[in-house]
Design a protein around this ligand. Structure first.
Ligand SMILES: Nc1nc2c(ncn2[C@@H]2O[C@H](COP(=O)(O)OP(=O)(O)OP(=O)(O)O)[C@@H](O)[C@H]2O)c(=O)[nH]1
Ligand SMILES: [Mg+2]
Length: 513
């Protein structure tokens, strides 16, 4: 069974042919095993997209350029090295002074009058080029909250033929803003020391939230101090519970780490200038106590919220507690800052003559009513689904399973009239957390219809993908990618396919002239 359906666009049969179930490069069910080659013993992910080219035929107005090749290549996300599974000969017949596919692509992009009968242009080369050479620049990031009048501003920018609109959608915490951070890291020279330093309060706030969530859950499920906490932990747990209790009600007397007298829930990141040293010790003990660990593995886990990267930050407590602590890039990627409103970012891919306007939105329910403001003229929709949400509740409504909400949201987006001409990249994200969780918390505990091997991560991912795909009643072309948004090498590959898709769209538009 194919994972991706094709739209019927008679003008461009070759494109649709390539995107059929047999050819599509991210058709997980039909891929060789290497395509889903994530190492289940290791948090590092090796999930690479597959590029499949087949019997390409590109004809310009006056000249024919033929390439008969059948290539399936895989790019290793760690090394960037490409492996070919099979290739045939390439035959170029063209009086256009072209030395290779890059030149052909440039020629076409620089000559808008050239008409193409298909957009398929030696994709291997494009992938290399976009992954390795493209110079991107990001500018003009602005918070659009409250700025928009519906459709006005946004329609204007997206109607510029050189600007391609990319929209990031998904429920809260699915990884949208982390994907955006990767643009900065991969193509904007990354974070300066100053920028890293400024992230300190964010990390502190994440730690406070982790402690607060655990204390609340312990109280909710009546896990009394000492029930199964080993003897030496009892006093500390009592202290930390009391400490967090005070903290979440009022922090009036906590001037040592908060500059304003506001409850934790209302504290802005800038309110937090530091944390008292005992807090780090408290949190470390609170986390490792047997009762807390049992709670994290218990059936109650699906009913309380906890940051996905809680264990990463708890493991890093010693480092973070140091007075001269400066967050690392990894800390920044793993940190959680909820997006509110709409963030617009311009990214220029200069070498490919592509300009992207990327829109990042807040994914929580209350935020979604703002989304429609940026639904028009979207070239590429990146829909993020957090795989690791399968056993977690929504942060804003703990009665709802977060993955079910994601599937439901995907349903309403892909079947919406706004996206009938949009390419959809589906990011099956947080594969690293998913793999770790699966060992302790089998998928079929939450999705009983899953009948595969509980330990089989690939089968579990495929099942979730099938659930999502079954909602694609509009038959949109969907490109699924298994991703770890916190892993730059993994996302770099996905960006390469994004650039490639934009180029194809551009050429497709040229062909329609
Ligand atoms: N380990 C891991 N953490 C991830 C991954 N993707 C995102 N995260 C973390 O998940 C949390 C939420 O990510 P965000 O990018 O803020 O999610 P979002 O979709 O922008 O959320 P909203 O702004 O609320 O809509 C952050 O702590 C990220 O570091 C991933 O692939 N692996
Ligand atoms: Mg966000």
């Amino acid at each position: 069974m194919g994972l991706c359906s094709s739209k019927v666009e008679p003008d461009l049969p070759k494109i649709e042919e390539r995107r059929s179930a047999e050819d599509v490069h991210t058709n997980i069910e039909n891929l060789p095993d290497e395509a889903l080659d994530f190492n289940t013993n290791d948090a590092s992910i090796r999930a690479a997209p597959i590029y499949a080219d087949k019997d390409e035929h590109c004809s310009t107005e006056n000249n024919d350029v033929k390439k008969t090749s059948s290539i399936i290549s895989k790019v290793d996300s760690g090394t960037g090295k490409k492996t070919r599974f099979s290739t045939n000969e390439t035959n170029v017949e063209s009086p256009i002074p072209l030395e290779g596919p890059t030149q052909l692509k440039k020629y076409i992009l620089n000559n808008p009058n050239v008409k193409l009968s298909t957009s398929k242009l030696l994709k291997d080369d494009m992938v290399n080029q976009t992954a390795n050479k493209s110079s991107l620049s990001m500018s003009n990031t602005r918070d659009m909250s409250g700025v928009y009048s519906p459709l006005g501003d946004l329609q204007d920018t997206s109607q510029n033929e050189d600007t391609h609109k990319v929209l990031l959608l998904g429920v809260g915490e699915s990884g949208k803003s982390t994907v955006l951070k990767q643009f900065k890291i991969l193509h904007q020279g990354g974070y300066t020391n100053d920028e890293l330093h400024k992230m300190r309060p964010v990390i502190y706030k994440n730690l406070l939230e982790i402690a607060s969530d655990i204390c609340k859950a312990r109280r909710k499920y009546k896990i009394p101090v000492g029930e199964s906490d080993i003897k030496n932990f009892k006093d500390t747990i009592r202290d930390v519970d009391e400490f967090m209790n005070t903290l979440s009600l009022s922090i009036e007397n906590r001037g040592d780490f908060i500059t304003r007298n506001v409850p934790l829930e209302d504290a802005e990141v800038n309110d937090i200038v530091g944390l008292p040293p005992k807090f780090f010790a408290y949190l470390a003990i609170l986390w490792k106590t047997p009762a807390t660990q049992a709670l994290l593995k218990s059936k109650h886990r699906k009913n309380f919220h906890l940051l996905g990267n809680a264990s990463y930050f708890v493991d890093s407590l010693e480092r973070i507690s140091k007075p001269d602590y400066v967050p690392t890039v990894d800390d920044v990627l793993k940190a959680r800052i909820q997006t509110s409103g709409i963030q617009e970012t311009t990214v220029e891919m200069q070498e490919d003559n592509i300009k992207l306007k990327i829109y990042d939105v807040g994914g929580q329910r209350v935020e979604r009513k703002k989304w429609i403001q940026c639904f028009s003229n979207v070239s590429i929709l990146i829909f993020c689904v957090s795989l690791s949400d399968y056993d977690s509740p929504l942060e804003e409504d703990t009665k709802i399973n977060a993955l079910s909400e994601s599937i439901q949201l995907f349903d309403s987006i892909v079947n919406s009239k706004w996206f009938v001409n949009t390419q959809v990249m589906l990011f099956l994200n947080k594969i690293d957390i998913f793999i770790k969780k699966l060992k302790q918390s089998p998928l079929n505990n939450y999705f009983p219809e899953y009948s595969g091997d509980p330990d089989d991560a690939k089968a579990s991912v495929k099942y979730i993908l099938t659930l999502l795909k079954s909602r694609n009643r509009a038959n949109l072309t969907i490109y699924p990618h298994v991703t770890q948004a916190t892993d730059s090498s993994n996302i770099e590959l996905v960006f390469a396919t994004l650039a490639e898709t934009v180029l194809e769209n551009k050429i497709k538009n040229l062909s329609a002239i």
